[in-house]
Ligand binder design. Structure first.
Ligand SMILES: N[C@@H](CCC(=O)N[C@@H](CS)C(=O)NCC(=O)O)C(=O)O
Length: 222
């Protein structure tokens, strides 16, 4: 069998692209990265033809076949490249991983966005409280473990860690520190970022905060 051809259509500020990059790094899969340059005003033909339904990055190409939606991509990678599995071994563990993946995908990024996309103080306060409520459940399921499934960094960790690049912007505009509320979850972020597969795949939170400042200016919020 020939060498797998893997490409990732990506955008540097996208937390959904970053999580796929972490998965590829954890599984030691070589790939070529193709940057989507202008998601706001001029999407590439490659993006429009490979993800006609959502027109969003990331898109993974495996031997030229497109795979869309970051969680679906990471699940696919774990099935298509069985070495270094990301999912737990037992069926119950896998079912829990899918449950938390779904929770993270539905809740975290929209809740964070609600914090920085308004300048009304009461709306910011409500959004911050909602975000912290979501963090409470994640902190609860993490508990005293190093990672969400125990001592091995895996699927749920990968899904959440990409999104944490935006957390400092949420803290800035919500005027809170995650570690004051959930020190174990904050320690999990530090522990996960210490992995080379993570630090080399994620965009720095400073750059993301600058993007948020730019987006707020565009929407007349600064
Ligand atoms: N549910 C999707 C979300 C992907 C997503 O929101 N991508 C953004 C960049 S962060 C995008 O392509 N936005 C362009 C658009 O929605 O038009 C996933 O997990 O892949």
């Amino acid at each position: 069998m020939g060498k797998d051809d893997v490409k990732l259509l990506t955008m540097w500020a996208s937390p959904f692209c970053m999580r796929v990059k972490v998965a590829l790094a954890e599984k030691e899969i070589a790939y070529e990265e193709i940057q989507e340059n202008d998601l706001l005003t001029c999407k590439s033909d490659l993006l429009l033809t490979s993800n006609p339904v959502h027109k969003q990055v990331p898109v993974l190409f495996h031997d030229d076949k497109p795979i869309c939606e970051s969680t679906n991509i990471i699940t696919y990678l774990d099935e298509a490249f069985p070495a270094k599995p990301l999912f737990p071994e037992c069926a119950y563990g896998r079912s829990r991983a899918r449950f938390w993946a779904d929770y993270i995908d539905r809740k975290v990024h929209p809740a964070g966005r609600a914090i920085w996309s308004t300048k009304e103080k009461d709306e910011v306060e409500a959004a911050k409280n909602n975000f912290l409520e979501i963090m409470k459940y994640l902190d609860g399921t993490l508990g005293d473990k190093d990672y969400f499934n125990g001592d091995k960094f895996g699927f749920v960790d990968i899904l959440l860690i990409g999104l944490t690049t935006w957390f400092p912007a949420y803290e800035k505009y919500g005027d809170f520190k995650l570690e004051d509320h959930y020190p174990k979850l904050a320690a999990w972020i530090t522990r996960s970022w210490a992995r080379e597969t993570v630090s080399e795949s994620l965009t720095s939170p400073e750059k993301i905060t600058n993007i948020v400042i730019m987006l707020r200016k565009m929407h007349g919020l600064e």
